[in-house]
Design a protein around this ligand. Sequence first.
Ligand SMILES: O=C1O[C@H](COP(=O)(O)O)[C@@H](O)[C@H](O)[C@H]1O
Length: 240
Amino acid sequence: MKATDAGQADTRNSDFADGADLAEALADRVAGALAAAIGERGQATLAVSGGTTPKAFFAALSRKPIAWDKVTVTLVDERMVPPSHERSNHRLASLYLLQNRAAEAGFVPLYTSKGDAADVARTASAAIDAMALPFDVVVLGMGTDGHTASFFPDGSTLEDVTDPACAQSVMAIEAPGAGEPRLTLTLPRIVEAGLLVLHIEGEQKKAVLAKALGAGPEAEMPVRAVLRHAKTPVEIYWAP
Ligand SMILES: O=C1O[C@H](COP(=O)(O)O)[C@@H](O)[C@H](O)[C@H]1O
């Protein structure tokens, strides 16, 4: 689908009967891309989202037979909370993805405990910059408010984090809909990924995405920044 009226969002849509089918298909797609990267360069990088949607996908991916010891995993975004916190995306990845065969993978957290959010973001940015970039795979989610990663409407640093020329790989952001202060990969790190996936489930999110693919300001629905600036077609995985 090519949405030429709204900034050239180029997408490839895969719809599934249910979340279990989606999880297996997406795990196959991501594992294939990681294996290809390992074949080409001897290593692979993966950035994953948090929230409630990715659990089944994480579990399926964790069982895929690839050389996980050559894969480094990080997060698309994180809350300013320690990994023991129930809302930590690090915790989610540890419980559901870094298990089974994927327990061999390396992991680069965004949250560390020293300093304020801006300090932590600078530390995370340096850690991301030390990874083999661009990411081979980035898997995004999306909220019903049109946020993706931690690009929230009315976010304190939304203009900076969605700047295609943003110099930092990770920035701090606060927003009314975000709960805790957040850390997020910035737009350049996301849109340069070799494989860029948007994983959404439910009719409500389908309708939100349809709106986001139409004309309108990126600040109103920040997922538009990704859809409009992606360097490769955004692969949209959806199930009811
Ligand atoms: O806050 C977040 O929300 C989005 C969507 O989460 P979901 O619970 O609706 O699946 C997620 O992609 C992001 O990583 C997370 O921090």
